[in-house]
Design a protein around this ligand. Structure first.
Ligand SMILES: N[C@@H](CCC(=O)N[C@@H](CS)C(=O)NCC(=O)O)C(=O)O
Length: 225
């Protein structure tokens, strides 16, 4: 086992890395970052390294921690939730864990309505976001109800995905959450968590972009540019 700090590799943007970064900030984990610049040169740099990083399934983000080299953002988030902070972010009760995983998969689908809309900027993705999104948002809003965190009183790894999705939708449309007061309140409560507040105020914090400007057809300040 090496003594060096874990390493998070990703494009120099929020994207899929921020749920992981929120969890690391919350847990106070010390780590290093490899940020690939948002340019053709950055893509080439990653392309040249990709096969030599010791990754079973090379991709971005990646997490190298001692003897484990991981990709897949949700696998990384869940590994950190299990390993760090005495597992405080990973539900131990099988029923609560099942609900967490149900919500994790649900959030991914809702998040990707927005990602695909921006990536393609064409039908049917624009319609999909407009028509398939709102019923899901209604479900999410009623699932949250008066809970402090998505699963109840206790924060879990899923909260870091949910917050990031709320943030990214808000950049797309500043009024997107107006119809969902419980989600708006949830978002501002999350920003008041001391470790989160500290991370937002830190020099390394990125307000955007959320997606890679070279890949996104839809241009929107902070979200895709
Ligand atoms: N399912 C993967 C998706 C990863 C992915 O799409 N990564 C994009 C950036 S968001 C990328 O640039 N991957 C580099 C590659 O395909 O080699 C995850 O959740 O981590």
């Amino acid at each position: 086992m090496s003594n060096s700090k874990p390493l998070l590799g990703y494009h120099d943007l929020r994207g899929l890395a921020y749920p992981v970064k929120w969890a690391l900030a919350y847990l106070g984990v010390d780590y290093e970052e490899k940020k690939y610049p948002l340019s053709q040169a950055g893509l080439e740099e990653y392309g040249a390294e990709k096969g030599n990083l010791g990754l079973d399934l090379p991709n971005l983000p990646y997490w190298k921690d001692g003897s484990i080299n991981l990709t897949e953002s949700r696998a990384i988030l869940k590994y950190i939730a299990r390993k760090e902070g005495n597992g405080v972010l990973m539900p131990s009760d099988p029923i609560v864990l099942a609900k967490a995983e149900m919500m994790e998969n649900f959030l991914w689908d809702v998040w990707y309505f927005l990602v695909w809309r921006c990536f393609h900027d064409t039908e049917p993705f624009i319609t999909s976001l407009k028509e398939r999104g709102p019923p899901k948002w209604d479900m999410l809003h009623s699932f949250l109800g008066s809970n402090k965190f998505i699963l109840g009183d206790k924060i879990s790894y899923v909260d870091f995905m949910l917050y990031e999705m709320l943030y990214q939708y808000t950049l797309y449309d500043a009024d997107y959450l107006e119809r969902y007061p419980a989600l708006l309140k949830y978002k501002s409560n999350f920003e008041e968590i001391p470790q989160i507040k500290k991370f937002i105020a830190s020099p390394g914090y990125l307000k955007g972009p959320c997606y890679h400007p070279l890949f996104m057809k839809y241009k929107c300040q902070d979200l895709t540019v």
